[in-house]
Design a protein around this ligand. Structure first.
Ligand SMILES: Cc1cc2nc3c(=O)[nH]c(=O)nc-3n(C[C@H](O)[C@H](O)[C@H](O)COP(=O)(O)O)c2cc1C
Length: 204
């Protein structure tokens, strides 16, 4: 079937929390995968509003060890910190992080160009960004990585921007953490399809 290999990839994408900092592929290949996603994933009105910051190896460790962990520690209630610290160290243990952004300039341009949809463009920008996240999550796992999706924005935005020269006004949406899997995904349950899929007009 034409879609079989595509759905093999879709089904095999899962959330992996236990990761090591080994990489099954070269950094050049990672860069190529990111370029491919950025080039080919669609965007609202072809706005191409998504930006990515890819942090590998030591830069990944810096993100979690020097930025996210201290910031979360400074705001976490003392009793919650040990569990948070363990979780955050799990992300630090990986090989890389992709930070996904939207450039508000591209969104504003669309709002000016198409005032009729002005109130919708921010939502479609979120959709655009999510499509990039999904494609890269799936592609990295096809290459042998495990990955998980995190959201420590906006607490970490400013420090990241200052550290890696990211435009201050880009809006950080999520952080995709990846590394070699060191454990299995949890057993996932599924709601009945009858509650979620409604088809009308199908021929026998
Ligand atoms: C839009 C979105 C946001 C998510 N946010 C988080 C998050 O902040 N932290 C986290 O650990 N997992 C996050 N996840 C992962 C989901 O919990 C996970 O995908 C879901 O439980 C299904 O498991 P699976 O990824 O193994 O299929 C997110 C997933 C999606 C699609």
């Amino acid at each position: 079937m034409a879609s079989d290999s595509f759905f093999e990839a879709v089904k095999s994408r899962r959330t992996y929390y236990q990761l090591t900092d080994d990489s099954p592929i070269s950094d050049k290949k990672i860069h190529e995968i990111v370029d491919n996603a950025i080039t080919n994933v669609p965007s609202s009105f072809n706005s191409q509003s998504t930006r990515v910051l890819v942090l590998l190896g030591e830069e990944h460790k810096k993100l979690w060890g020097e930025i996210v962990i201290p910031i979360i520690k400074s705001v976490a209630p003392a009793e919650a910190w040990p569990a948070s610290e363990q979780r955050l160290n799990g992300f630090k243990a990986g090989y890389g992080t992709i930070c996904f952004y939207e450039d508000p300039k591209d969104v504003a341009k669309l709002q000016e160009q198409y005032p009729l949809y002005a109130d919708k463009f921010p939502q479609w920008s979120e959709h655009t960004n999510a499509m990039h996240q999904y494609v890269l999550w799936t592609a990295l796992e096809l290459e042998g990585f495990g990955a998980n999706l995190q959201h420590y924005n906006p607490l970490i935005d400013e420090k990241i921007a200052a550290t890696w020269g990211v435009e201050q006004n880009w809006s950080l949406k999520s952080q995709l953490v990846f590394g070699t899997p060191a454990g299995k995904p949890y057993d996932k349950t599924f709601k009945p399809l009858e509650e979620r899929v409604f088809v009308h007009g199908a021929k026998e």
